[in-house]
Design a protein. Sequence first.
Length: 482
Amino acid sequence: MLRRVNEKQEAGLPEPEGIRIADANFPAPFKSGLEYSSPARGTWNIVHTGMLIPEAHEIFVCAAGCLRGVVLTAAEMNAMDRFSTVAVREHNLLDGDMEDLIIEGVSDIIGKLPKRPPAVLVYTSCVHHFAGCDLDMVYERLRERWPDIDFTDCYMNPIMRKSGLTPDQLMRSRLYTLLKPRAINQNAVAIIGNDFPTDEDSDLVKLLKAAGCKIHEITACRSYAEYQEMAEAAVYVSLIPEAAAGGDMLAARLGGRHYQLPFSFDYDEIEAGLRGLAQVLANAGATEQINLNSNNVDSCSTSNDYKPIGIKAVISGLDGYCKEQRARCEAALADALAVIGDEPVAIDYTYAPRPLGLARLLLDAGFNVKRVYVDGIPGGDKPAFDYLREHYPELRLYPTVHTAMRFASPDEPSQFLAIGQKAAYFTNTNHFVNVVEGGGMQGFEAVIRTAALMKDAYLNEKDMRSLVQIKGLGCEEICCNC
């Protein structure tokens, strides 16, 4: 029986102060149940991510109530010209014509578009799976009817959230299913799975440039033809856990090598990742000696401001490079700490894939980290979780989707320095780092940039209430320029 929840006490928040990390269970510190969604909306969803395929058209096939959210997403990112819908009605389910609805609905949309798209992403929903819809036949018929268009299957299916690949993981893998096999370029690397372009000054991009590699990244491709060039990569590098499944699928289908370079705040893990990647590039046959007058680093993602030295020289120089980077990280953290002092810090999981790893880094550097907002602890954060339980047992964990969290934001602004939108909202602070999903950061440079962003957030207020309501932070700039 449903009961209206009006008060904090009735809502059943585990503890008004959150829970001590020493008392938390891995990987699920909070019970799963009815969920709340905060007004912090900067993270991307499947509409935003699908738009990364340049010139592609998205078609969502689902019930009208479900369509409301995705339509608003497309409208807010000014991408309605690349977005269409087919509404599933009750009689479609009862009459058993779900397959025909998709085929004829998608065909009708394509026929009426002012320009034929090179690719169409068809999103089906949970009702198609409940009804046993023959999706294989649907896509076969669509490809027969429109042989000049590449179709791929995408999903808006909430029943996938708790088992198997999540909708986010599936969507990131679908970004690369349209790539067609071509000759492998041993000096080409594709950075996959990110919503944001990898920073030019990241350790990854600097390593690839120094090795003389041609860099591909979907976030920078401005045409479908450019996008197809990604298929030449000999190595696919994924940074976030949600992209790993897509990297494995890509390797199995096109024949390249998938390498997971974890998004980490741990110096040893960052260094090990760079060394591992350098060895993978060497094994893949990356250029050993570079003609300094060549234009090998010519891609849709990076500038030509580079000094290629070859993979052997990169490997031999990693000791000195990593030592220098560690020192720069420590200096950046010390500089930020000198300004921020004992100001309480809150972190949330939307900032970067490993929030507990960031908490460990900052606590060890002397920052006063009080809270981490996280609903589940990712596997890669297990070492940080164990470390924090032993060395900082009083660190508090808070959920973000627990129903009681709708009461969590205080009425008056707090003195917290927040890292991430949800942490900013739940602590009600205008001093926050407005970044989602890593924002293109990677490696040692992610530590350095985080320290600088924290310092800036402490010194300069933002209008938190307005900023966190922007859906899909930065998506319009990246997705709608093709």
